[in-house]
Design a protein around this ligand. Structure first.
Ligand SMILES: O=C([O-])C(=O)C[C@H](O)[C@@H](O)C(=O)[O-]
Length: 424
């Protein structure tokens, strides 16, 4: 198969969508009734279409559209050119060079978040053109199935706007045990993550203890998104160390995490203080984290996430995977990446069970035994349902919601954090 048979990019369609989300609680508050995402379709002059999925803040969508206009003519196999085109386009849009958006966005994730959906779409195209799954393009699948974790949330079922939610109340340890029971019986998960940072820390410790008692063979994690002081984090590590496989982002920033780390053997994980390549060196030097959560949406796509895996291996750090609310295009990309990353040995996070609406056709991605089989078809192995895409785009236009910026909050809790377009 040659490049001319795969074709060159002929046009790119950027479609923001909105899908319903239950009233999940986190340190910022309650999830809004709709999650906003963007689906990217990259067409080639050979009639192929590659898919990508990403965030949908207004500013991010505008950057995606600027890159979409610059991509026609690009070689679908030249991923270095893609990165250059993104850097040049975004630099030109702000009158500056490269990755700095008007001086606001200086960590590498500024370009990485924009590159990501296009890189996934080009890999999907490469796979469709060559007849190989994306996992093969990433070096080959080392596992046939990718394990995911049950992602538990405290919930307040009575939130107006969330009437269609079927998961009920989630405030007490007993209610969270019931939530886990449903997740485990419907999806077969063997790992469980609790989103914390919502209630008084002791209440959240008790919830972990109740989960450990109810599911003794399951791997457990809690993630308060940096809501705790160093002292509370140390107490959490002391009290929960026998129950958890890792403690995720108990406290903000590399120095705080390093201080907690000095007091415990429990591995500390993060997707908050190490979210770009430049954060790895100080985190390793301070021994602040033992597990890094990758996220291809944030780290510049699938190949750079694989690179992150190699760096973690070099420094003896574990590798896990982070998830925001997402649709099936992202689940497919996450599954291929995890399958082709040998040292990604923890079950990956996913919000997928919380979702009731979808843009991909059913059947390609099914959970069983807590894992998803790696699609064997060409590319990502998922097909868009055009009617569903149109309906969720209409919902985006009419839902009256736009993605809120969490960046100010991030800046306030992570010392030295530079505001950017990232999501946790
Ligand atoms: O740190 C994490 O795992 C997350 O923040 C993942 C999600 O974004 C979660 O917190 C959420 O959506 O509330």
């Amino acid at each position: 198969m040659t490049v001319s048979e795969a074709g060159r990019v002929s046009r790119v369609v950027v479609t923001p969508v909105a899908f319903r989300d239950p009233p999940l609680l986190n340190v910022v508050g309650v999830h809004q009734p709709y999650v906003l995402r963007t689906i990217v379709q990259v067409h080639t002059d050979e009639g192929l279409v590659g898919l990508g999925e990403t965030y949908a803040d207004q500013a991010h969508v505008e950057r995606l559209e600027a890159v979409a206009a610059a991509l026609p003519g690009a070689d679908v196999f030249d991923l270095h050119a893609l990165r250059r085109i993104v850097g040049e386009t975004l630099g030109a849009a702000t009158g500056g060079a490269g990755a700095s958006f008007g001086g606001m966005l200086e960590v590498s994730s500024a370009v990485d978040t924009v590159v990501s959906p296009f890189e996934v779409a080009l890999l999907d195209l490469q796979g469709r053109a060559t007849g190989r799954p994306v996992s093969d393009l990433l070096g080959g699948a080392v596992r046939d199935r990718v394990p995911f974790s049950a992602y538990l949330f405290y919930k307040w079922a009575g939130h107006p706007g969330h009437e269609e939610d079927t998961w009920g109340e989630g405030r007490t340890p007993e209610q969270l045990v019931e939530q886990a029971r449903r997740m485990i019986s419907e999806y077969g998960f063997t790992a469980v993550k609790l989103k914390g940072g919502v209630y008084e820390p002791r209440h959240e410790f008790e919830t972990v203890e109740a989960l450990a008692a109810a599911f003794p063979g399951h791997a457990l994690r809690i993630d308060p998104n940096g809501a705790w002081t160093v002292e509370t984090s140390i107490k959490a590590a002391d009290r929960l160390s026998g129950l958890l496989e890792y403690l995720e982002d108990p406290t903000p920033g590399i120095p705080g995490m390093a201080e907690v780390s000095r007091h415990t053997d429990l591995p500390l994980a993060t997707n908050m203080c190490v979210i770009a390549f430049e954060h790895l060196k100080p985190a390793v030097a301070a021994d602040a984290v033992q597990v890094v959560l990758s996220d291809h949406h944030l780290w510049g796509g699938l190949r750079r996430s694989a690179l992150l895996g190699g760096i973690c291996e070099t420094f003896g750090m574990g590798l896990s995977m982070h998830s925001n609310s997402h649709l099936g295009v992202s689940l497919a990309a996450m599954t291929h990446l995890a399958a082709a990353t040998p040292n990604l040995t923890y079950a990956c996070d996913t919000h997928y069970p919380w979702k009731t609406e979808e843009v991909v056709k059913p059947g390609a991605l099914e959970f069983s035994g807590g894992s998803v089989a790696v699609p064997k078809g060409p590319g990502l192995g998922v097909e868009l349902d055009e009617d569903a895409l149109a309906a969720l785009h209409e919902q985006y236009l009419t839902c009256g919601q736009r993605a809120r910026e969490d960046t100010a909050y991030m800046a306030s809790i992570v010392p030295g954090f530079t505001p950017n377009t990232s999501r946790w």
